[in-house]
Ligand binder design. Structure first.
Ligand code: FNR
Length: 411
């Protein structure tokens, strides 16, 4: 009801409620390159479409005359009770959406009681976001690059920031092939965007004096490149780095942030480095779920990175049931294609413990900063609550196969 009242009263909604209109409004607000970076996917974007198509195919089926006035949206995760089954996915380079970037998202997440997963490629150091969140839950998403000492330093910092878990992302051991960015020649990192965790890291900074081999390709000095260079220099100043140190930092970041040969033994090493719970993000194959269980991790996140990594891979929701079946006692979280409260209900009915909201909150951020993120969260949760009520389900944790129409009945 609050959402309707807000729309009727003087207080106009700041963000469109319908997901397509939300995305269109963000497109109109952002520069083409910034919008492309957020909205785009790998290759012909078949997997991005498959993520949404998978949600289209799954249908809910309500029971009548068993509804309740109040619904309990809470779920148990990693030994704590979350007020709702929603978390905010780690999204890098949020300064592409809004100058306040991760800080605005951290405040919005704390205000709405939704955990925020800090990205390794954040635009604001994790310490700043943690300070903005008070006691509200936060997690840290780790990209494991080629420098183990930097990785360990990130983990130590996450522990010091009160992170509730380390989310190790497994699907970005190489950056995906993203035609929208390639066509625009837009790689934000080369402008110094999305590398704040590194610029603020003592171990990474201690590496800056060590020369790297010269890059294979030297770009021509075009006006666009000179503009990118001045943005880079300004970023450097904010972190107390001279223009040449900042160039070295951006080069070192691009040379070291991915690790194509990351292996299962690294997961076991991480297990020894930290007592924090470990969630593996990007699991799609049931055999990987079984291996993860053997390695002593604490949970899995079924995700295909929003279709940004492999064109033509399985729609994330299509992968969920088999991973849930293989995961045994491990909680399984889900992302990639969650747009509405009804989507949250579908993912939970298919066995997800909770879901991560991705692009929609970035669009809310683009449109109205902290307030925009809050509205997007409120809209998803309001629709989720309503959907439970209409399905005749009293508590989020009661969702299950019985709430799904058998495939033979769905279209
Ligand atoms: C991402 N995602 C991501 N994941 C991660 O583990 N670390 C990161 O830094 C990022 N960065 C990032 C940037 C942008 C612009 C997007 C859109 C996504 C993936 C993210 O966590 C999540 O898996 C997807 O966003 C889910 O897909 P949808 O639902 O947003 O389409």
């Amino acid at each position: 009801t609050q959402v309707y009242v807000r729309g009727m009263g003087g207080e106009r909604p700041r963000v469109p409620v319908a997901p397509e209109r939300l995305q269109e409004a963000a497109r109109a607000k952002l520069s083409p390159a910034d919008f492309a970076y957020i909205a785009g996917g790998a290759g012909a974007e078949r997997t991005m479409r498959a993520n949404l198509a998978a949600f289209e195919r799954v249908r809910l089926i309500p029971r009548r005359l068993v509804g309740s006035r109040e619904r309990d949206l809470s779920v148990e995760l990693l030994g704590r009770t979350l007020p709702t089954p929603l978390l905010l996915a780690p999204i890098g380079v949020l300064e592409s959406a809004h100058p306040e970037a991760d800080l605005a998202v951290a405040r919005a997440a704390a205000a709405e009681g939704v955990p925020f997963i800090f990205s390794s490629q954040a635009s604001v150091p994790m310490e700043g976001c943690a300070a903005a969140m008070g006691e509200s839950p936060r997690l840290f998403q780790l990209y494991w690059g080629t420098d183990d000492e930097v990785t360990r330093s990130f983990v130590r910092r996450a522990e010091a920031c009160g992170a509730a878990a380390i989310v190790l992302t497994l699907d970005t051991t190489l950056l995906g092939w993203r035609p929208r960015d390639l066509d625009l020649g837009h790689l934000p990192f080369l402008r110094g965007r999305g590398i704040a965790q590194y610029l603020s890291d003592p171990v990474f900074r201690s590496r800056l004096e060590i020369p790297l081999p010269a890059p294979a390709v030297q770009p021509p000095r075009t006006p666009a490149l000179i503009r990118a260079g001045s943005e880079l220099a300004a970023k450097g100043r904010a972190f107390g780095l001279s223009p040449s140190q900042m160039r070295a930092a951006a080069a070192r970041f691009t040379a070291t942030y991915t690790r194509p040969d990351l292996g299962w033994d690294d997961v076991s090493r991480l297990r020894k480095w930290t007592r924090l719970p470990i969630l593996l993000k990007g699991i799609l194959h049931p055999d990987d779920a079984r291996e993860a269980a053997r390695r002593g991790v604490d949970g899995l996140i079924v995700s295909n990175h929003g279709g940004r990594q492999i064109d033509g891979e399985i729609g994330a929701l299509d992968a969920l049931p088999a991973v849930v079946a293989a995961a045994g006692d491990l909680p399984v979280l889900f992302d990639s294609g969650v747009r509405t409260g009804s989507d949250v209900a579908k993912a939970l009915a298919l066995g997800a413990r909770a879901v991560l909201l991705g692009r929609p909150y970035a669009y809310g951020l683009a449109l109205a900063g902290e307030a925009g993120v809050r509205e997007v969260i409120q809209n998803v949760l309001a629709e989720f609550d309503l959907t439970l009520g209409l399905l005749g389900v009293r508590a989020a944790r009661d969702l299950g196969p019985g709430n799904l129409a058998p495939p033979s009945l769905s279209t």
